[in-house]
Design a binder for this molecule. Structure first.
Ligand SMILES: *[C@@H]1O[C@H](CO)[C@@H](O)[C@H](O)[C@H]1NC(C)=O
Ligand SMILES: *[C@@H]1O[C@H](CO)[C@@H](O)[C@H](O)[C@H]1NC(C)=O
Length: 351
């Protein structure tokens, strides 16, 4: 069963009063490295949007065929056909993609690029998935600092990437069986997220790239109800409320730290820009129907990577993953992430 795909899934966000207008954020700029400081390490916290191999094989679809077919060519723990956001941010900084925390004792020479503590399926609170929540991920990081794996100088030349892609919400809906009081829960999630971000800063990381929530109502898990034709507006209103609160909290954090340490990566605008113009950034491939995923279960009970007892595939894969924005029910393809990364260029330059 594709447990993780099901987790990162919001069935029906309650219609909320707040609706943020979508800011057009798809500026395209040439690759350049104008940092106010020289980062040489990347520390990553969060979920499957950032995980590059922490989640154990026994628990994740990310270790099954056809995940990883584009990069590295076989399943390797990324929830995509290839690279994910972490890899692109590392490229931006000019370092190798940081090693997964799980491999820290096997890749001692690679510790210098930072470390990836993200686990698919997790959230700021405990989710349906048993992976370490964000608090625990930050505890792992703190332990490495206590063990002097990273010192103060290292941290001052480091960037953190933090993703929070909705597992808290899918868990809430699965556990309560309803979207009642979801608005109050969104506030709780964002408040906890803020506490976690402050803690990462408190440990000495110089700059922190904070992901806003992507449009959950446009994920294939939502749009399959309309045969991948329309985003679910009610879901996206909930997302906008989350993002509005996050923006306010992060502005406050930046006032408290003189050097504007926190930067929001507006995944909502980035996804929407690409979905609306079908990914037609200069030089990018065009996504024919950007809402339709490349890898789809043959029926709703199956998802990408599922096989039956005889090993027969219970999913189909498109011919050209480069022409799809979404890979599976909730995750972008490598080409999708590449487009998101391009849409975020203008923001990233402020790092
Ligand atoms: C995070 O996980 C730890 C370890 O399982 C647990 O003790 C803690 O209560 C969790 N924190 C939150 C905020 O859910
Ligand atoms: C911190 O660690 C780096 C190696 O990561 C080392 O080059 C540097 O000298 C250390 N700085 C201090 C103050 O210990």
């Amino acid at each position: 069963m594709g447990t993780l795909q099901k987790l990162l899934f919001s069935s029906s966000f309650f219609s909320l009063l707040f609706l943020l207008s979508v800011v057009h954020g798809g500026h395209h700029h040439r690759h350049s490295h104008h940092f106010n400081f020289r980062p040489n390490k990347l520390f990553v916290f969060g979920d499957s949007y950032a995980d590059t191999g922490n989640t154990p094989k026994s628990l994740a679809s990310s270790w099954k065929i056809p995940y990883g077919i584009t990069f590295p060519g076989k399943p390797a723990g990324r929830f995509s056909d290839g690279r994910v956001l972490t890899d692109y941010l590392a490229r931006f900084i000019g370092v190798k993609s940081p090693i997964p925390y799980r491999l820290r004792n096997f890749a001692v020479n690679n510790l210098k690029y930072g470390m990836n503590f993200a686990y698919g399926g997790t959230g700021v609170f405990d989710t349906l998935f048993p992976g370490p929540n964000m608090t625990t991920q930050i505890d792992f990081f703190r332990q490495l600092i206590n063990d002097k794996v990273y010192n103060t100088t290292d941290l001052l030349s480091s960037v953190a990437l933090v993703t929070l892609s909705g597992n808290d919400y899918s868990t809430y809906i699965a556990r309560t069986g309803s979207t009642q009081a979801l608005q109050g829960f969104i506030t709780k999630v964002v408040n906890k997220y803020t506490v976690d971000l402050k803690r990462i800063k408190g440990l000495g990381v110089k700059k922190i790239a904070v992901c806003g929530l992507q449009p959950l109502g446009c994920l294939p898990s939502s749009t399959f109800a309309s045969s991948f034709q329309r985003c679910n507006g009610a879901d996206n209103k909930g997302v906008s409320f989350h993002n509005l609160l996050l923006k306010q909290k992060v502005a406050k954090l930046n006032k408290q730290t003189k050097d504007s340490s926190f930067l929001i990566l507006d995944l909502y605008s980035a996804f929407m820009t690409i979905l609306k113009n079908k990914g037609k950034h200069p030089g990018d491939s065009k996504f024919e129907n950007p809402l339709k995923p490349c890898c789809i279960g043959v029926s709703t009970e199956y998802s990408c990577g599922n096989v039956d007892e005889n090993g027969a595939k219970k999913y189909t894969v498109c011919d050209n993953p480069e022409a799809a924005f979404f890979w599976d029910r909730v995750h972008p393809t490598q080409q999708g992430w590449r487009s998101v990364y391009r849409a975020l260029q203008a923001t990233l330059k402020k790092l």
